[in-house]
Design a protein around this ligand. Sequence first.
Ligand code: SAM
Length: 208
Amino acid sequence: MTQGATPAGVFDDLAPGYDHGHHEEVARALPALVGPGPADAVADVACGAGAVALQLVRDRPAGAPPVLAVDVSPGMIEAGRARAAALVRTGAIDWLLADAVPLPVVDHSLDVVLCASSLHFLGGRALADWLRAVRPGGRVGFTLPPATHFRPSARFSALLAADVPLPGSAGEADAWAAAYGLTDTVSRVHVLGDRRVVVTSAVTPGGR
Ligand SMILES: C[S@@+](CC[C@H](N)C(=O)[O-])C[C@H]1O[C@@H](n2cnc3c(N)ncnc32)[C@H](O)[C@@H]1O
């Protein structure tokens, strides 16, 4: 990371108007592949303006636990809260301004972690932490831009984690997740207009 560039600083500047179409499409594709249950304890990691969390809570029953939405950018959390106030019932999402690594949750207390378009900023240590945070046999889902379609700005480049290889194919994403001990990996390349996104679902070890 270059001096002065922080995720909070860069993403605070982008927060107004962040809920554009690409993020909404990714937010539909990720839960569709991972398939969280209606009452699962779920975290939307590096939630931004809450695209995934908002998508999830629309389909959850009133008694389900709140979706935990964590982001380090105050502007993004504020934008997410404002969207939620207009779109979903009060208390459906638990917004948390925090570094997402490690996730501020008790070991194995989550059923599912979802992370859209953010793991390449968080680094491999986030994936390792999800094995602690999610129960054995739970699910992890993430999306990454494929190497062939990622043209980050200089500001974004300064934030990228060196240890998250952008996948060249669905198989590469599967192999990378499996190297962290995740099982039953399934990755798909989604075509979203002229963009591509690799969506990966996997199971945390020890559930059988
Ligand atoms: C490309 S945006 C994606 C946001 C959202 N998941 C979505 O799909 O719309 C990346 C997000 O990661 C967040 N982020 C980066 N590093 C973080 C960290 N260490 N902890 C928590 N959030 C982080 C940024 O603040 C930003 O909101």
